[in-house]
Ligand binder design. Sequence first.
Ligand SMILES: NC(=O)c1ccc[n+]([C@@H]2O[C@H](COP(=O)([O-])OP(=O)(O)OC[C@H]3O[C@@H](n4cnc5c(N)ncnc54)[C@H](O)[C@@H]3O)[C@@H](O)[C@H]2O)c1
Length: 388
Amino acid sequence: MTNKKTLNVGMLGYGFMGRTHTNAYCQVNHFFKTQFNPVLKVCYGRGTDMAKLKDFQSTWGYESIETDWRKIVERDDIDIVNVVSPNFLHHDMVIAAAEAGKIIICEKPLAMNVKEAEAMAAAVKKANVPTMVSFNYRRVPAIALFKQIVDEGRVGRPFHYRATYNQDYTISKNVPSGGALWRLSAKVAGSGVTGDLVAHSVDTAEWINGPIERICAHTEIFIKERKNMETGQMEQITIDDACMFLAVFKNGSIGTFESTRYARGRKNYSSMEINGEHGACYFNLEDPEYLDFFRYADPETGKKIEDHLTGWQKILVTNSEHPYMKNYWVPGLTIGYEHTFINGLADFFKSIEDGTKFSANIEDGLRTQKVCDAILQSAKEKRWIEIN
Ligand SMILES: NC(=O)c1ccc[n+]([C@@H]2O[C@H](COP(=O)([O-])OP(=O)(O)OC[C@H]3O[C@@H](n4cnc5c(N)ncnc54)[C@H](O)[C@@H]3O)[C@@H](O)[C@H]2O)c1
C-alpha cells in the first residue's frame, strides 16, 4: 500500500449505491493491482438522517460525516467526489465538483434531462477532469464477454437486438411515494423506469451494437395517485411506470426494448439478446454468471458450421480467460452484483494511471440521456424521433 498514491474520497449519499460504491473502494486493491489507495474520508447525508448517516459512517469506516455536500466539494484534501444521491442532485454536485477540479464518479441517470446533462458535460470538459458514469452492467463478466463475442465478429451482421429490464415492486397501490421511494416522484427522479432502468439497457445496447438512430416509444402510468410517505397526502404520479420502444440502429439492425416495475415475478430481470447472420448471444441478469451463445457459421469464412450437435451453448463465465475472472477465484466459482462496481473502479483507476479515456464517462452519460429524453418525447408526441 505504501507506494500507492492516496485518493481521498467524498461520498455524496449513503443509501443503496453509497454502500456498493464504498464496498468497491474497500475491495478494489484486494483483487486488482491499482496504483491508488482510496481513503474513505467523508460521507454526506442530510441533517434529518443523522442516526442513519452515523451508522453508515461506522459500518464502513468513514473518517467523518458532513451534512452540507458543498463543504466536501470545497475541501482541498478531497480527490474524488462520488455522487450517489437521488437524480435531482446530480447536476449541481457534478458541476461543483468539476469546478473544484475533482475526479468525478456519478451514478446514472446522469441527470434529470438533456439540458442538465449538457451543462454537466460542458463543466467537465472545461475542467478536464476524469469521470465515470456508473453504468456498472458493462462490468458484469458475462456482458463483457457478450460484447467481446460481437466485436470478434462471431455474431456477424446483426439483425435484431432486444432488451428487457423488468421488476415488480410497485404493483400494489399501497406502495407510497416520496422518502425512500423517491423514484416515484418526478421532481426527484426526473422520470420513472426510463431513467432508472431503460438507461442501463440503452447504455449496454449502444456499447454492444452501436448507436441508436431513431426510436418510437409508448409509456404507461398504471397507478396515477399514491400517498406521499413524507406529507401523508395523496399525490399525482407523473413518472412512467412502464416503457416500451422500437429502435433502429445505425448498423441497420432493429431493436425492441421493454421496461416496467409491474412484471409480477420479475425482480431485476435485465436481459439482452442479439441475433446475427453467424450467431446469437443472450444474457439475463437473474442468471448472471451464464452467457448463452449460438454459433451458426465461422466468423472468418462465413461457412456454415451448424450440424447435428449445434445448439445454444450455456457458457459458465468463470474461467480465467473470461473478462475480470482471473482477478477472483478458480474456474467454476462465481462472483456477484457487488463485483461489477469493483471491476468498474479498477478499470477507472487504470485509465487514470494510463491517461486513457474511460468509458462510460460523462459524454456516454449525456448520450444515454439524449436517448432517454427522446423516448419520453416520443411517447408524449406519439411519433418516431431521430436521435442526433
Ligand atoms: N448503477 C445502478 O445499478 C444503480 C442502482 C440503484 C441506484 N442507482 C442510482 O444511484 C443513485 C442513488 O440511488 P440509491 O438507490 O442509492 O438511492 P437511496 O434512496 O438508497 O439513497 C439515496 C441517498 O440520498 C439521500 N437522499 C434521499 N433524498 C434526498 C434529498 N431529497 N436530498 C438529499 N439527499 C437525499 C438518502 O438519504 C440516501 O443517502 C440514483 O441516481 C440512482 O438512479 C444506480
